[in-house]
Design a protein around this ligand. Structure first.
Ligand SMILES: Nc1ncnc2c1ncn2[C@@H]1O[C@H](COP(=O)(O)OP(=O)(O)OP(=O)(O)O)[C@@H](O)[C@H]1O
Ligand SMILES: [Mg+2]
Length: 457
């Protein structure tokens, strides 16, 4: 099907000229002189590209641009400005115009701009379809991941979610434990009831109990009114106990009792309160170890650990990185009203080869910063923040690392991966050339690429 271009200009002459020119090229053109009518038209029809004049009575091109960026972020907008009004053009680019055309324009220039915008719209649409199919295929809600460890996690969620079993989610910081807890709630019959979360680290032990169980008026200084605790608030729904490893001994005892008896009393109260809750707990500690060290009660551990979901660190599921990176690129370009096609192969290799001590959260932050800083339509290595590239710098002088403790095999692997990435980038991703640069056979390089999950497009 031909691409549809919406042209908005209050000057009929221009409308006519543009329509003829674009129709001759095989585009499907809708020409509307009134911007308000044009915006109404957008609501009803699929449009691939918008071309709008800047200066119009009633609504300015700027307004049209902002409206389209906000409501149809996938549609590129070309702005036409009167010759010489360069400030307006610059401003339009700043707020997310795809390109600007100054009037009078040369036909070739205009067509080139339009062709680029159309191409861009296609890439955008393809990305969106890809993301949609990815999340249908692999995701529960907005959990992205197609790697084997993540498929197992998603399977566990789907299996355990609908039950009432207590679930313990463990894993390093930023691996998505809270996201999983929410997904469990959403796949359960309780999904329309509250999801109440308590961060056991943020609250000091004194406040913890009244926070969890509530208190009666006058039960302690400052308890000026009766207050309901999180257990009561979560009645019928799911209670998420985050950072469970941080609970004091005293609170551990109380929590165990509630989990066993499903009832409790408010602080300072005598009447037992019964609740119907499902508990999901999360920790970035090794609870088993805390049990053997006597820090965490064994009986509570077994109560919580009915179903255990272990979140793999991101470096152990590198094949998810491109999916996640695209997901976050999409998210932040929408938020920042920018249009991005994707990443250069170099940039993707850096992302995929990095160790991500802060896991998915760190990747999310890195993509957000790149989106804000980048001004080209594709994110390249130069747009990635230093923290990722520094890793390579660090290995440049690997010998200097020795004063601190290192892990030799791990470090060597990182250096090797960094060298391979660099060689590939230098040889424009022609594997034979990269192998030559590295002085290894093509098959050995192929093996290493697989090992380090380095992609070659
Ligand atoms: N598989 C995933 N798909 C999409 N987004 C993810 C995924 N995993 C994590 N995220 C995002 O990464 C961020 C961190 O996730 P989350 O807060 O769930 O981690 P966490 O394990 O609870 O971390 P912490 O231990 O530091 O509390 C969130 O913004 C979350 O949406
Ligand atoms: Mg968390």
């Amino acid at each position: 099907m031909a691409d549809t271009i919406l042209v908005i200009d209050d000057e009929q002459n221009y409308l006519l000229v543009l329509s003829t020119l674009l129709e001759d090229q095989g585009y499907n053109v809708t020409a509307i002189p009134d911007p308000e009518t044009a915006l109404a038209y957008l609501e009803e029809s699929e449009v691939d590209v918008v071309i709008t004049d800047m200066k119009m009575p009633k609504l300015s091109g700027q307004h049209v641009l902002e409206h389209v960026r906000r409501n149809y972020p996938q549609v590129p907008v070309l702005i036409m400005t009167a010759f010489g009004s360069i400030e307006a053009a610059v401003e339009a680019m700043r707020v997310g115009a795809f390109d600007y055309i100054s009037k009078p324009f040369s036909n070739d220039e205009l067509l080139l701009s339009v062709a680029k915008a159309v191409q861009f719209a296609h890439a955008r649409q393809q990305n969106r379809l890809l993301l949609e199919s990815m999340s249908k295929q692999f995701g529960v809600g907005n959990i992205i991941g197609g790697s084997r460890p993540m498929r197992r996690v998603l399977e566990m969620i789907q299996r355990a979610g609908p039950s009432r079993s207590t679930v313990l989610v463990s894993g390093e910081s930023g691996t998505g434990k809270e996201l999983v807890a929410r997904a469990i709630h959403l796949t359960s019959p309780r999904k329309d009831q509250p999801f109440v979360s308590v961060n056991c680290m943020a609250l000091n032990p004194g406040v913890m109990e009244s926070e969890l169980f509530g208190h009666e008026k006058g039960s302690f200084t400052g308890a000026v009114a009766r207050k309901r605790g999180r257990f009561e608030l979560a009645d019928g729904g799911t209670l998420f106990l985050d950072e469970i490893g941080e609970l004091s001994h005293e609170t551990q005892v109380k929590l165990l009792r509630v989990l066993q008896e499903r009832r409790f009393e408010r602080v300072g109260g005598v009447d037992p309160i019964e609740v119907d809750i499902r508990v999901v707990a999360a920790t970035n500690k090794n609870l088993q170890k805390a049990v053997s060290e006597g820090i965490f009660r064994e009986d509570l551990f077994y109560r919580l650990n009915v179903v255990h979901i272990e979140m793999p660190p991101l470096r152990e599921r590198r094949e998810d990185i491109p999916l996640l990176a695209m997901h976050f690129l999409h998210k932040f370009s929408r938020e920042n009203q920018k249009i991005f096609k994707g990443f250069t192969p170099d940039a993707l290799n850096y992302l995929q080869g990095f160790d991500w001590p802060g896991n998915v959260r760190q990747l999310e932050n890195v993509i957000e910063r790149s989106v804000v800083l980048a001004d080209a339509e594709t994110i390249g290595v130069e747009d990635l923040p230093a923290e990722i590239k520094d890793e390579e710098a660090q290995y440049k002088s690997a010998v200097d690392m020795l004063p601190t403790r290192i892990n030799l095999p791990d470090t060597l692997e990182k250096i090797e991966a960094a060298l391979i990435r660099r060689a590939l980038a230098k040889s424009e991703f022609v594997q034979v050339k990269a192998a030559e640069l590295l002085g290894v056979s093509k098959s050995l390089l192929a093996y290493k690429l697989k090992k380090y999950k380095i992609v070659v497009h």
